[in-house]
Design a protein around this ligand. Sequence first.
Ligand code: 13P
Ligand code: SF4
Length: 304
Amino acid sequence: MDIVSEIKRLKRERNAVILAHNYQLPEVQDIADYNGDSLGLSIEAGKTKADVIVFCGVWFMAETAKIISPEKTVLIPDPGAGCPMADMLNLTQLKALKEAHPAAKLMCYVNSSVEVKAECDLCCTSANAVDLALKAFLPQEEVIFVPDKNLAAYAAREAGRPFIIHPGFCPTHNRIQAAHVQAARDLHPKAEVLVHPECTLEVIDAADKALSTGQMASYVSRSASKEFIIGTEEGMVYRLQKDNPGKAFYPLLPGMMICPNMKKITLNKVYEALRDMRFEVKVDEEIASRARKAISRMLEFTDS
Ligand code: 13P
Ligand code: SF4
């Protein structure tokens, strides 16, 4: 059996679309109709005319697609693909934060559960966190930012407003240290260093730019530079190399920047998902409708 042809056949039969995050395995990226970052994938989930979305990414991303498009069937090829950062914040912890700061507005990174989003005023992704921190609140308003302490620190500094934070982090991005950036620069002195804003502020300051994965893709294609050191999950290096064959990409910390959850999605599981219409992502509509407000508000700001 040619698995790629079978996936394509089943996709037509089911009127399905395959959305894949930039950290997916190369063969999964290659079969996708759309590859992107969390923001791009959310926008795509809202626009698609397909009846079925096969979401190749981690759980909160597939859940966000379902919140945005409740009338569609959303499948995730491996329901065990979670995000440890999203799991670092539960409702009890969030409610304690709210009780300690009753007047504060709540902003959540999209890397969070539907239950957390439902309690928040505004959702953000790494592509728009700074912009929303600047535009979405009054200067005197107190704002709680959850769950990523690194993105919170970066957005707070760039927007010039303090955030009340929760100490969550991404185990993959948190691994990078400023000394690793310097060591990579010593090896590739002509390369620009791009890192993800889930890295620590020290790493961001040692790099040239902090960008979401979608922003990395557009920045690299516009930049006059020919070499780049990439400080994010290594799936991104494949995406950039494929889109820019004339440029060179060096992973920061080669072999160590792997999100094991992103890598749980394989071509065979994509095939099985379409064949058996499994694993369907379901969300409670009452909770989803509250979470949808925080996401819609983010998308309205993004459009404006
Ligand atoms: P992006 O939205 O930049 O693709 O990031 C998602 C993510 O989980 C990074 O670890
Ligand atoms: Fe979550 Fe980090 Fe994996 Fe992104 S790379 S999905 S933040 S664990």
